[in-house]
Design a protein around this ligand. Structure first.
Ligand code: ATP
Ligand code: MG
Length: 252
């Protein structure tokens, strides 16, 4: 149960004088949502990018499903099921919800793009795309162009596309950002389901969502992990309260 799908070992990364990652070690276990929280500029996105392969660490190792992947490119990691990150999702505004998910499925299957004129007629793929849309509560929006979706629905579409890629881990950088209450609630519900398919490393500022979802939480401050633990452990941690919450004792 406690098997690590992803292990970060002693990762460090500097931008000039800024130490964005300082000797970071953490793991993401099968079946868990591991939230990564911390103030603005703490280094959360920098860590996600190093895991996905967009940024090269100065030191340390990334081990995915028991294999070191630190030397692999983004594309090679994606093929292993690592690093289908939220921020690289490519929704085509003029395509409908269903077409966008089909597009993601073709990307997964690496179907040649020149066959695309026939691509929307593949019935097996269509059925699969429909299933992913329905899971994201977009079943009644299938023929709506992505550009016409509400912000929260678009986020759900991006998640449906990420889900359709069948990653072995989800790396999500602020999936609730810019969503209202309703959108946040829908994404929260979906993430709770997603973790049964693959564990999630979740960067999120919305503390209600984090504390509703996370099995474990790591707190990053100035590039350093100052604590990792369960929700209760993090809530009770004096260092976390001091460093991350400042004087706001009620924030957690
Ligand atoms: N490409 C870059 N070049 C120089 N400095 C960078 C670069 N990317 C990030 N930084 C710096 O590294 C530090 C960590 O940034 P990062 O974006 O990882 O923080 P974050 O925790 O994701 O913040 P936020 O919560 O605001 O998204 C910051 O000081 C930032 O200015
Ligand atoms: Mg960030």
């Amino acid at each position: 149960m406690d098997k690590a799908v992803l292990s970060i070992r002693n990762l460090s990364k500097s931008f000039g004088a800024i130490e964005a990652s300082k000797d970071i070690s953490l793991d993401v276990r099968a079946g868990e949502i591991h939230a990564l929280i911390g103030p603005n500029g703490a280094g959360k996105s920098t860590l996600i990018q190093q895991i996905a392969g967009g940024l090269r660490p100065d030191a340390g190792q990334i081990v995915f499903q028991g294999e070191p992947v630190t030397h692999l490119t983004t594309v090679q990691r994606a093929r292993l099921g690592l690093g289908r990150s939220f921020q690289v999702s490519a929704v085509v505004p003029d395509y409908t919800v269903l077409e966008n998910i089909m597009l993601a499925l073709h990307g997964r299957n690496r179907t040649a793009f020149r066959l695309f004129s026939n691509a929307f007629r593949d019935t097996a793929l269509l059925a699969e795309a429909r299933r992913h849309a329905e899971r994201a509560e977009l079943g009644d929006r299938l023929s709506i162009p992505a550009a016409a979706l509400a912000h929260g629905e678009r986020r759900l579409l991006e998640l449906a596309m990420a889900l359709s890629l069948k990653p072995k881990i989800f790396l999500l950088d602020e999936p609730m950002a810019g969503l209202g209450n309703d959108g946040t609630q829908r994404v929260t519900t979906l993430l709770a389901q997603l973790k049964t398919e693959a564990p999630i490393l979740l960067v999120e500022h919305d503390m209600d969502a984090v504390f509703a979802l996370a099995d474990r939480i790591s707190v990053l401050v100035y590039g350093r992990v100052i604590a990792t633990g369960t929700r209760d452990e993090i809530r009770a941690n004096a260092d976390v309260r001091r460093a991350y919450l400042g004087d706001d004792e009620d924030a957690l």
